[in-house]
Design a protein around this ligand. Structure first.
Ligand code: NAD
Length: 315
């Protein structure tokens, strides 16, 4: 059997999201080892066994598991999916205290065992936790970021593609800002096949704002119907991991540290960034109109306020 280059991905939290990401990664085959870490050791073991039994049909990825952060040793990427998820009626920001406290323990465990990896935050409230993980880990800013609005953008492109009856890969449009209720569509840069939406057929601001609304409410809709969201985010994580490990340099809307970005500083929010083997290679200054700049500022104020609650009062 051809031996592939050793690549290790650690996933902290083997609930719905972590287990689904591990499953998608096994099918993708990009990682030679996946380490599953959960404080609930039995759960990590159960998920690991279930995945191991499928390796005949996938890529023979080595699966390790346990409740110790020693499993992060040598990981190229550490994906954090541990923590409470939204219950029906809860916003992502409602999770802040519980999940910040969990994150603090996790970051301590990671930094005791790994200094060279890339940390990807998936748990919510995503931008607050990414900002805190960056501070608490002491890792360089290129190596700590969140999946951000990658999922929201995928949903948005799907709904736009239905409206325009084209493949989602031919719709170029971003949801930016907070991965949460203040996220916004960057309409001024959206296009289909290179044609700005305003000049494209069926331009109808009312219909487009319904699409943005549907995108913003997608997680609430799924949670009301089946309790949690995990398939699409599992694929988002896989896309990000593959982009990093193979240095693909895709431009992806991830939550990363903003520094003088439309005068916003020291907070993590989603903007388009070039992602490669070293993490964030470049942050792209996307041209936003005045309204969109205000929407980005609004996201920044919300995320800053929640981050300061944790910084001031502990968790
Ligand atoms: P879940 O409850 O199914 O799983 C969470 C897991 O975390 C559990 O197995 C639990 O044992 C583990 N855990 C808790 N504390 C831990 C600790 N200190 N160390 C290690 N493991 C610990 O939740 P889920 O549905 O998998 O969601 C996980 C997180 O992902 C939530 O915060 C959710 O809101 C978020 N999420 C984010 C996105 C996104 O787009 N970023 C999408 C879906 C869900």
């Amino acid at each position: 059997m051809a031996s592939k280059q050793k690549t290790k991905v650690a996933i902290v939290g083997t609930g719905f999201v972590g287990a689904t990401a591990a499953y998608a990664l096994c099918i993708d085959g990009i990682a030679s080892e996946i380490a599953l870490i959960d404080m609930d050791k039995k759960r990590a073991e159960g998920e690991a066994l279930d995945l191991i039994h499928g390796t005949l049909f996938t890529s023979n990825t080595k699966i390790t598991y346990g409740n110790t952060y020693r499993l992060c040793k040598g990981a190229d990427i550490i994906v954090i999916t541990a923590g409470a998820h939204q219950k029906e009626g809860e916003t992502r920001l409602d999770l802040v205290k519980k999940n910040a406290s969990i994150l603090q323990q996790i970051i301590a465990g990671i930094t005791a065992n790994n200094h060279q990896g890339i940390i990807i935050i998936v748990s919510n409230p995503l931008d607050v936790l990414t900002s805190l993980a960056l501070q608490w880990s002491g890792f360089p800013k290129e190596r700590v970021f969140g999946t951000g609005t990658m999922l929201d953008t995928a949903r948005f492109r799907h709904y736009l593609s239905e409206y325009y009856e084209v493949n989602p890969s031919s719709v170029h449009a971003y949801i930016l800002g907070e991965h949460g209720d203040s996220e916004f569509p960057a309409w001024s840069c959206a296009h289909v096949g290179g044609v700005p939406l305003k000049s494209f057929e069926r331009y109808n601001p009312k219909e487009l704002s319904k699409i943005a609304e549907k995108t913003r409410n997608a997680a609430y809709e799924i949670i009301a119907k089946k309790g949690a969201t995990y398939y699409a985010i599992g694929l988002v994580i896989t896309k990000l991991v593959r982009t990093i490990l193979t240095d693909q340099r895709h431009v992806l809307p991830v939550s990363c540290l903003l520094e003088n970005y439309y005068a916003i500083n020291n907070i993590c929010l989603s903007i388009p960034a070039v992602i490669g083997r070293q993490g964030i290679l470049k942050k792209i200054k996307i041209p936003l109109n005045k309204k969109e700049q205000q929407q980005l500022k609004r996201s920044a104020n919300i995320v800053k306020a929640y981050t300061q609650i944790v910084e001031k009062h502990g968790n």
